[in-house]
Ligand binder design. Sequence first.
Ligand code: DGL
Length: 286
Amino acid sequence: MAKSSPIGLFDSGVGGLTVAHALHTLLPSEQLIYFGDTAHLPYGDKSREAIIQYSLGITDFLLKQKCKVILIACNSASANAFEEVKEFVGKRAVVMNVIDPVVTQVCVDTGSVRSVGIIGTKATIDSRTYERKIKETLATLVANSSEISAVISPVLQVSSLATPLFVPMIEEGFVFDDISNAIIRAYLSRRELIGIDSLILGCTHYPIIRNQISRYFNFKVNVLDTAQIVAQDVQKFLSENDLLNSDHKGKGENQFYVSDFTPYFEVIANMFFNEKIHLEKLNIWK
Ligand code: DGL
């Protein structure tokens, strides 16, 4: 694996661009190759088998681009296809997902986190991956440190809620208006989220409405900036494994592909990436 090789990342559509943007800001010397599977959007309503099949197809494409890291920038795919993608990739690249770094952060942060809520697509929430990983991570932390075991006492409460309307709402451009505020209120007032002190945005679309979510909670709930946490985790991994690209000048251009294209995608993509980008249509599903 060469340091100058690109980082490949994918999502069902343009949501993963929130992660791509955080990576681009933190690691400007890294070349990114992004694939948004807009032809199959949304993943959140698909079966586990379908999500695995799509994820493996995209991973194969990213491996052909010689990516050093394949980052699954989609919670639905991270929750349902991470092990399968890892097995498929083997030693050819490093596979990372958007769930593990957030789980670690929440568990290590238990001094302040007492009751955490998770919102995401049906595919993510129904898989119960966050709950399982939080439980496993806490158990490992407790087993490894008596100090942490004192801190996490009494218990870290975890509750989750599927918020399936958020993705189409954001994709349709309802983000800072009365419609989005009404939908946000309808979901966030549900009993599952009563009393939480932290909230995981378990979908890479959601950082777009992070401010509105924080405002709903009167800024009293810590709404975790998941894109930022994931980008920092990638930076840590690359630096610890001597894989950071040090040759800024030799960096290849970032590339952004989608499997289906409407002109509107580019408008939304610019919103997600927070700057102008050019999307190219590439049909890997021939
Ligand atoms: N961005 C995807 C995620 O993080 C969700 C979008 C979808 O349902 O396709 O889960």
